[in-house]
Design a protein around this ligand. Structure first.
Ligand code: SF4
Length: 95
């Protein structure tokens, strides 16, 4: 009996996306894929911050770029850090 070939599963993304994913640590690939699927704004911000820091979680937490529009929404923020940038800037101005 001839073997029936299963149809190849259709790729979800073009090859350059999979090529790019080879650089991303496996623990961080899910946020990237969720972001690409357009399913979560939170995952998109997380994936962007991960890529921005070269996939270093602690660098995101300690990110010094307060001018970055994503800074108040970045993942791994310390609990005591206010989201409102005006409060942070007031502290910098010693007000
Ligand atoms: S908040 Fe920091 S880590 Fe995230 S994108 Fe902005 S500069 Fe990069």
């Amino acid at each position: 009996m001839p073997k029936i070939k299963k149809p190849k599963k259709k790729k979800e993304f073009p090859d350059h996306i999979y090529k790019h994913m080879e650089q991303i640590p496996s623990s961080m690939q899910s946020a990237y894929l969720t972001a690409l699927r357009g399913r979560s704004m939170k995952a998109s911000i997380k994936a962007f911050c991960q890529e921005c820091t070269g996939w270093l979680k602690n660098e995101i937490k300690d990110c010094p770029s307060k001018r970055c529009p994503l800074h108040p929404h970045r993942p791994y923020r310390p609990d005591n850090e206010p989201k409102d940038r005006r409060i942070l800037f007031r502290k910098e101005r010693n007000e």
